[in-house]
Every structure is written in structure tokens, then in C-alpha cells.
Design a protein around this ligand. Structure first.
Ligand code: SPV
Ligand code: MG
Length: 514
């Protein structure tokens, strides 16, 4: 089956085919070029390298004429063996070649000269299993069956491992006649592109060894891409094509992201395994902007707040992200994130939303509001901080004029000292919007980290709160304050470089945030 790229090679393998035809036509067309040796042979080699890396199937390369004379074939074969390619097919034409379906009576190579290319190729293979397929274009060029047989036999005698007999007739009668007279002197290969209606069973009966479906992946891709482009152009939306096209998750699967994640667990320091729960169920009140979507979906310079937050998390190595949706949940559909729904978002609070994601609070977990943004180092700092429960606190939150309306004030064991050497952990006492400013050490920014142990405590506390029937009305500051009364909760101080979006003014700040 034809493939022309690493990805199409994988698709061929998954479909069950035993081998790949690296089609010259398809590879050049996928590069936007003609099948006339416009792509240099080393450019083709580069594509083959990606293909060989992507599949365990044997790849038979369409080597055109061998890109020159015997000398070019020698180097080609050496390089293909180095790249782990299984074989090459060379055709008895002249460089630069033209596709077999263009024009009539294309000139053929001299038989002796072509046999020299085959011999040189066989003498150059460094892998005993490498195969050279000799392709004769005698039928295509109108020279008839006898000439085709004469050439095929000469090529076999020169060392070809198999013969490809090409035909552009509408039926398979020509290649079937060839097969009958060939008498299986060596394996026979055909390319039923024009004689597609002839049943494959007939080729089997005739003893043909291999059938090449030469260009159908490329042609399928052209049709699919064209239909998709037209739909999106006309609709100015991807709504109609979603579900018709492969999902982004499917791309991740095909290229083996799971293996990378597994390798990351083996080779990267622990934090790459942290997951995140994003609380994004509430509407937020930003007037018109939140009429049909929650606050987290508001556009901030071409990307929703939530999208920006998800990228930030991913940049810090957090792969598994769960968003708790509620208000206009259908508008929250981001690729690569899981969602859980708080369908009672209108009458419940943050902790109820968090409890909806209870099953995801397992192992090291970040809990974060869906309407905040921060510089990446803030998250990296929280991830690196010591303690089973750590909250990010802006020490400037209480400085007059720093923020118009701090919402979650923090009482801590010690305020931020600003002293570079003073890095002893600071315990949290409470978070509350009602704390007097004078007793506050800063503002919680809406970001907390739980280790696996911290997550166990968090789940236990959620269960307790549920048993007390207080789940509906509790907010995150109340929950963290309850935790701080039982377990060590630590403060990670920062100084600005974050924002939340509660007001239109916040939103305009967010749009200037880089
Ligand atoms: C190719 O796939 O590039 C081939 C087969 O060589 S054909 O296009 O039929 O010549
Ligand atoms: Mg070709």
C-alpha cells in the first residue's frame, strides 16, 4: 500500500498491510512537485527516513530510474540500506523520468545499460535481505509482450529479485498474459491503477506475488483536505467538520504521545506527572461578554483565558488537565483536556465544583481557578515549593493601590520578608475575604498545589464536608482554611505577575498581560 510520509506509513501499518510502497508520484506530489525527478534523490531519502522511523513494515522504495546510471544506483542502494529501507524498484527509463501515465512511447533504457544498474545495485547492498525490483515499462511504452518478456528475463538474469510489469490498460489482460508466459521465473509485481476493476482473485490465481495500490492514500487525502477546506471556507466555522475529521487526540495517538509520557515518567523529575483541576463552572458577571459563555472562555488576544491557562499548565509539564464546566458548558471544548460537569453550578459554589472532580484529585494535583493568568515561573515555583499543600500568595495583594479589590486575603504565620536568604517555609493560617487588611500578608491568587498526600487529605476533607451537608455553599478559601487547621498548608509568596478577571477593568488588564 502506498505511503508518502511518516504519518501515512503508520496508517498503512495499522490497516494491516504487510508492506509499503513509497511512491515516487505521491512523495513528489505531497511536496507539491511533479513526478519528474524535481525533488532531488536526497530529498526523497529524507522523507524515507521519516517513513522508516514511523513503521516496522518493510518499505519498497520507488527509486524511479535510479537517479542516473549504475554509479548513482550504487550510492542510492548504500544509503537506503543505511536507512533501514527494505528494497528499491528501478524502472528501465532515462533520467529525468516522467510518470508512466503521461504521454506515449516514452523512451526506454538500453537493456545492457539497465542490467548494469541492477548488477551495481545488487553489488552495493549492505543488507542481505535488501531487494532490487526491476520494473519494465515495455508494455506502457507500446513495445508489446515479447519485448517485455525479453527485458524481464534479462533483468532477472542480471540479479533482480523481482520483476514489476507495469501496464496502463483498462483491464488486467495484458499483465495476466505476461504472468502466464513468465511462469514465475521470479516473483512478479503489478500496479493495478488503471485496471482497478479486474478482481484481485484473478491476479492471485495467476501466481502474481505482489499487488501495489500505488497512490490511493495521497488521492484520498486530496479529496478529504479539499472537502474540509471548502466546508470551513464557506461556513467560516469548523463546527460542521468537527467529528468528520480525525481528532487531535487521534493525532497524538498515531504519533505515539503515550510512549513519550511513559518516557517522561522514567526520565524527567517527578513534577511532569502532576495533573490539574481547573474550576471553570461559574458564569462570572461581565455583562454581554458572559451572556453565552462563561468568563473563562472570554477572548484575550485571540485565545480564551482558559486556553491560555491550559497552555501555561502544559508548558510546566502538566499533561493531564481536567476542567470543571457548568455555565454554558458546551462552549468549553478544548482539545487535549478532560472535562467534568457541575450541572448545579447556579446554586453551588467552588468546592462543590471541586468535588465533582473528586476522582481526579489523585496524585500530585494543581487546583486553579479558570479565570486567572500568571507568569510561568509562578507555577514552577509552586510546583517546586516544599509541603504537601502549597498556596500561591501575592505579597503585594495588600499594598494600597496594587489591586483595587483583593478578594481572598491571607493570614500567614509570617509576612513576605523580601530577604533573599530568608526562605524558611511560611505556614498559612487562614484565607478569607473578610480579613482586616492589617492582619493580611497578601492575597491568594487562586492557585494551589497538593502532593499525593495533600490530595488524600483534600479528598478526605471533601468527604467530611459532604457528610456535614456543607458542600453546596462552601468556597475555596473556606476549604483551605479548614485544611490549614488540620494539616500544614504552606504559603508560596510572589510579588505580582498574575491577574484574575472579575471586572471589565481586569479584562482590559488581561489583554495587556504578557
Ligand atoms: C508511483 O507510484 O510513483 C509509480 C507507479 O511509479 S505509477 O504512478 O503508476 O507509475
Ligand atoms: Mg513512480
Amino acid at each position: 500500500m502506498e505511503a508518502h510520509s511518516g504519518l501515512s506509513a503508520k496508517i498503512v501499518e495499522e490497516a494491516g498491510f504487510p508492506g509499503i510502497w513509497a511512491s515516487g508520484l505521491s512523495i513528489s506530489a505531497s511536496l507539491g512537485l511533479r513526478d519528474s525527478n524535481e525533488a532531488s534523490w536526497t530529498q526523497v531519502l529524507e522523507v524515507l527516513e521519516f517513513m522508516a522511523e514511523s513503521t516496522t513494515l518493510p518499505i519498497l522504495v520507488d527509486g524511479d530510474t535510479g537517479y542516473g546510471n549504475f554509479n548513482n544506483v550504487r550510492r542510492l542502494v548504500r544509503k537506503l540500506c543505511e536507512r533501514g529501507v527494505a528494497g528499491v524498484c528501478i524502472e528501465d527509463k532515462l533520467f529525468p523520468k516522467t510518470n508512466s501515465f503521461i504521454g506515449e512511447r516514452q523512451p526506454l533504457a538500453d537493456i545492457e545499460e539497465f542490467c548494469g544498474r541492477i548488477k551495481a545495485g545488487k553489488d552495493s547492498q549492505s543488507d542481505d535481505d535488501f531487494v532490487i525490483v526491476a520494473r519494465t515499462e515495455a508494455l506502457i511504452s507500446g513495445h508489446g509482450l515479447n519485448e517485455a518478456l525479453l527485458r524481464a528475463e534479462a533483468y532477472r538474469a542480471a540479479g533482480a529479485d523481482a520483476i514489476l510489469i507495469h501496464s496502463k490498460q483498462k483491464t488486467g489482460s495484458e499483465v495476466l498474459a505476461f504472468a502466464e508466459r513468465w511462469q514465475n521465473r521470479c516473483p512478479l509485481i503489478i500496479v493495478p491503477t488503471t485496471y482497478h476493476a479486474t478482481p484481485t482473485a484473478l491476479f492471485r490465481q495467476a501466481g502474481i506475488s505482489t499487488v501495489i495500490w500505488a497512490n490511493h492514500n495521497l488521492r484520498a487525502a486530496i479529496t478529504a483536505m479539499r472537502d474540509t477546506c471548502r466546508r470551513i471556507w464557506e461556513d467560516e466555522s469548523v463546527r460542521e467538520v468537527e467529528g468528520q475529521v480525525a481528532s487531535v487526540q487521534e493525532i497524538f495517538r498515531l504519533v505515539g504521545n503515550a510512549e513519550l509520557e511513559e518516557a517522561e515518567r522514567r526520565y524527567l523529575p517527578g513534577r511532569a506527572t502532576a495533573s490539574a483541576v481547573v474550576l471553570a463552572a461559574s458564569r462570572g458577571d461581565l455583562g454581554e461578554l458572559t451572556r453565552d459563555q462563561p468568563k473563562c472562555m472570554i477572548d484575550v488576544r485571540g485565545q480564551s483565558l482558559l486556553m491560555r491557562l491550559v497552555s501555561l499548565l502544559a508548558d510546566s509539564g502538566i499533561r493531564s488537565i481536567t476542567v470543571v464546566r457548568g455555565y454554558h458548558k458546551e462552549t468549553i471544548a478544548l482539545n487535549g483536556i478532560a472535562t467534568v460537569d457541575n450541572d448545579r453550578y447556579a446554586e453551588t459554589g467552588e468546592v462543590y465544583s471541586l468535588a465533582c472532580a473528586r476522582e481526579r484529585l489523585d496524585g500530585e494535583t494543581i487546583v486553579v481557578y479558570g479565570d486567572i493568568l500568571f507568569r510561568r515561573y509562578v507555577l514552577d515555583g509552586v510546583l517546586a515549593a516544599e509541603g504537601d499543600i502549597v498556596v500561591a500568595v501575592d505579597a503585594l495583594g495588600t499594598v494600597a493601590g496594587a489591586r483595587a479589590t483583593p478578594r481572598d486575603l491571607v493570614a500567614a504565620e509570617r509576612p513576605f520578608s523580601g530577604n533573599y536568604l530568608d526562605d524558611a517555609p511560611v505556614r498559612l493560617c487562614a484565607i478569607s475575604p473578610r480579613l482586616p487588611m492589617s492582619q493580611s500578608s497578601g492575597e491568594w491568587i487562586g492557585l494551589a498545589r497538593f502532593t499525593a498526600q495533600g490530595a488524600v487529605w483534600l479528598r478526605q476533607e471533601l468527604d467530611l464536608i459532604q457528610a456535614e451537608e456543607k458542600l453546596d455553599n462552601m468556597d475555596m478559601p473556606m476549604l483551605i482554611t479548614r485544611l490549614a487547621a488540620k494539616y500544614p498548608v504552606f504559603v508560596h509568596y510572589i510579588a505580582g505577575h498574575w491577574l484574575d478577571v472579575d471586572t471589565l477593568e481586569d479584562l482590559s488588564n488581561a489583554r495587556n498581560f504578557t
